[in-house]
Design a protein around this ligand. Sequence first.
Ligand SMILES: Nc1ncnc2c1ncn2[C@@H]1O[C@H](COP(=O)(O)OP(=O)(O)OP(=O)(O)O)[C@@H](O)[C@H]1O
Ligand SMILES: [Mg+2]
Length: 256
Amino acid sequence: MAYIIAVAGKGGTGKTTLTGLLVDYLTRVGKKPVLVVDADANSNLNEVLGVKVDYTLGDLREKIANADFDTEDPIPASMSKQDYLDAYFGRTLIEEDDYDLIVMGRTQGKGCYCFVNDLLQGRIRKYVDSYRYLIVDNEAGMEHISRGTLPAIDMVILVSDCSRRGIQAAARIQELVNELALKPSAMKLIVNRAPDGVLDPGTAEEIEFQGFDFAGIVPADPLVYAFDCEGKPTIQLPVDSSARIAFEEILSRIIV
Ligand SMILES: Nc1ncnc2c1ncn2[C@@H]1O[C@H](COP(=O)(O)OP(=O)(O)OP(=O)(O)O)[C@@H](O)[C@H]1O
Ligand SMILES: [Mg+2]
């Protein structure tokens, strides 16, 4: 069974950036095979990884949920929805050399999604067994995890900005995770984009106050931002990028 790591945090804190670097780290140190799940409806992890996405789980879910109204390209009468899902699930898997990627995609629509989500759940659980790590990039609400589409988590990496209010927001997400009874065996806080990699004493005090398991700081790195603006995959950052060095040092401590 794969070791499952979910990356969570409020909007724009750097979840997707760090998820990409995490995947790159795991594959480089030989902790593979890795399955990466982009569980953000407004997904862009593929940009960070430099991968093209043609077909998402959302597309498949939509197709099955709306099958009864689809006259143009109906599911063949000889096929059950389960058969169709089994036949087409592989199309949602983007295979790279060192990892595979599944994009959950958007979720809204008029069809019956509970049914499809149940089908998906079973399929994903079967898949997970063939990987050593499953890495999930979440949206702040952790929708797929809270709905149980994805299996139980081993570690949550909470990403926060370096402000006191950012830490308070991370504490609320930590609370949400606890309320969902997800019971990850580890929940680590990482502060991202700290100027010069230094924590303000006020922020440090709040981290202490909230009782976080604090894993470390990733500095604000102009290269990360520059790569993003130029449309270059983050995982192509040079090895001496300050964000990359700091994050990998943290990972070497928290990931066994
Ligand atoms: N350490 C860093 N130094 C500089 N810029 C960073 C750093 N980490 C992330 N960024 C930049 O911050 C922005 C937000 O990052 P990212 O998209 O990873 O956040 P997110 O939490 O996934 O956002 P969303 O909630 O929208 O999914 C991006 O422009 C990214 O390039
Ligand atoms: Mg993101």
